[in-house]
Ligand binder design. Sequence first.
Ligand code: FAD
Ligand code: MLT
Ligand code: ZN
Length: 488
Amino acid sequence: MTGADDLLEKLAAALGPKGLTRDPADLSPWLEDWRKRYRGAALAMASPASTQEVVQILKLCSAANVPIVPQGGNTSMVAGATPCEEGRSLLLSMRRMNRIRSLSAQSNSAVCEAGVVLSHLHEAAEGEGRRFPLTLGARGTATIGGLISTNAGGTQVLRFGTMRGLVQGLEAVLPDGTLFEGLTPLKKDNRGYDVRQLLIGAEGTLGIVTAANLKLVPAIGSRSVAWVGVSSPTKALELLHLLSAGMANSIEGFELVPRSALELVLAHVPGTRQPLEAMHEWNVLIEATAPVAAPSPEEALSAALGSAFAAGLAEDAAIAPNEAQAGAFWRIRDSISEAEHKDGPAAKHDLSVEVAAMPGFIVEATAAVERRFPGSRVIAFGHLGDGNVHFNVRAPQDAGPDWLRDEAPAVTRYVHDLVVAAGGSISAEHGIGQMRLSELHRLADPARLGVMRAIKNALDPKGIMNPGKLVPPFDGAQESLAEATLQP
Ligand code: FAD
Ligand code: MLT
Ligand code: ZN
């Protein structure tokens, strides 16, 4: 019997028939990433039903030196939850751990297991007159554990921040099977290094998130959603400043949509309609909200848009007259990825620069890329107010079938060089996974890489947690933090 067979026998005994499968048909859908760019292999898929089962799995895998690939909804944009090809890993699905352990309107918190799907938490919070304010296009599939492990952002970051700011407590299992119990939501806690924050955004490379205490906010009493045509990203950002000045805490969504993205959605997503009479080169989708018992934000938004017209910041605007129309505006925004996917290959990037620098970056980088790669077409869309856009470069129309493999990497290196030169990040919200690993390795400064490797080595000395993701491999196995920091 091999070491792997022995491990699988022990896992089967510990987890029962629902907790472990080796059936290729059961495994198959989970071995490919959401973008269908990576396909891996695994020894088996474990699906624990409790934290104690996760503890057992990690103890057994650690003893057998078998790598673990944690997976939630498998919506990672960077193939973070897809095992590598060699097939030595155990795929650890967290989807059976889907219980909301408690939800308290009084303390504005919910304790969720890692496999709770984001939209289920939204519904449960709404039932208690509360709201979990982070949302994104994959909300019907993405899980709390995956969102925490990627420090997800989404479309409401402007007001409520990323996952980091919404996790008040965390329960996790460390690589050797030790349980980290940090669910209590302490407002003040200075016992040294912040283990919770270390695990948030760690992409499953430092341990398994099993549950979290999440912050809730008051339910929305009313919202007002507007679609505005603008002439440039600069005007869009000026519009945001104008709105923020007058409507301080009520603007929570401000998403940039170029004409090219809107055209793709209208062409590929059934049931979508052009939001304004004419097409505009740039558009913004704005959401303003008000709490229960407060006046609707519509009047304030309408007045602010009036000032925007007077100041030459807006070309046209429509405020959704009802919830159905508001939903239709958001559907356009949330369908951009899907429409791009249907349209054909694109080199995708998730960039951030300083907020004030983003309009200039979009315009200059677009011109530079389209000049350097004739026929390519840039679509830059998304979270302008966070200084984060998805800067996607579509293949030229006459590109061959192997464009993604043969040409796109050079496009990506070029785009990443531009963003690094602008002082920005090659991953604003999607993480590194396996898709961005070589670029992180190429571009991150030695101090950052050295710290990351030192932390990884300290917590996961056997390197069994999600290998091949996030942390670039050691050049020399014993490379020290000091050596890494001193490298030119
Ligand atoms: P998975 O994809 O399964 O895993 C993601 C990573 O976390 C992997 O590295 C995995 O190993 C690790 N992981 C998963 N669960 C655990 C756990 N319990 N413990 C430890 N590690 C774990 N992201 C944004 O930030 N903003 C957006 O606006 C946005 N929009 C999106 C829209 C669409 C249509 C799609 C498909 C994705 C979008 N994303 C967005 C990507 C986003 O990162 C993921 O949707 C989400 O964060 C991942 O959740 P998941 O449960 O699918 O995790
Ligand atoms: C979005 O903002 O729509 C997502 O992060 C998905 C994407 O980058 O395609
Ligand atoms: Zn995004």
